[in-house]
Ligand binder design. Structure first.
Ligand code: SF4
Ligand code: SF4
Length: 135
């Protein structure tokens, strides 16, 4: 039984942007959109508290979210988005995971916390950058 399967509801793409993007992610985004980095920063990103965030649109969704389509930058979306729901807080703390289930319908209500943690460990291990010595 899978502990998570995204239902594409867009709930996690709604709200005043907490999605920050690193320099590398900005470059990948600019390449993906085929626009200069400067244009990306001007049109899609904003600075807050010393960090660079994705803007929200007039509808209060992330500017890259399209109803009926979902994330339009899926292949290069920031790690913060790609990791959901396997955030450390959700994996470490049962109550945080329970709270996450209230907003994310992709989290399987039938699944035990332990199964979610196991799935998260497998996924995070596979995301880990390979280094010399890995087999
Ligand atoms: S809230 Fe959950 S189910 Fe909905 S789009 Fe986000 S990750 Fe998918
Ligand atoms: S980058 Fe994509 S997944 Fe992340 S909030 Fe925006 S639309 Fe949603």
């Amino acid at each position: 039984m899978k502990s998570f399967e995204c239902r594409m509801c867009g709930e996690c793409c709604y709200g005043e942007g907490g999605i920050y993007v690193t320099g590398e992610e900005q470059e990948a985004l600019a390449r993906f959109l085929d626009i200069p980095l400067k244009a990306l920063c001007h049109t899609y990103l904003e600075q807050r508290n010393g960090r660079t965030y994705i803007r929200t649109g007039m509808d209060h969704y992330c500017i890259f979210y399209r109803k009926g389509v979902g994330c339009t930058i899926h292949p290069v979306k920031p790690q913060r988005c790609a990791l959901w729901p396997y955030y450390p807080a959700n994996v470490r703390d049962r109550e945080t995971w329970e709270l996450a289930k209230l907003t994310c319908r992709g989290l399987n209500r039938e699944c035990a916390f332990e199964d979610f943690v196991q799935e998260a460990q497998d996924i995070l291990f596979n995301l880990r950058p390979r280094t010399e010595g890995d087999t």
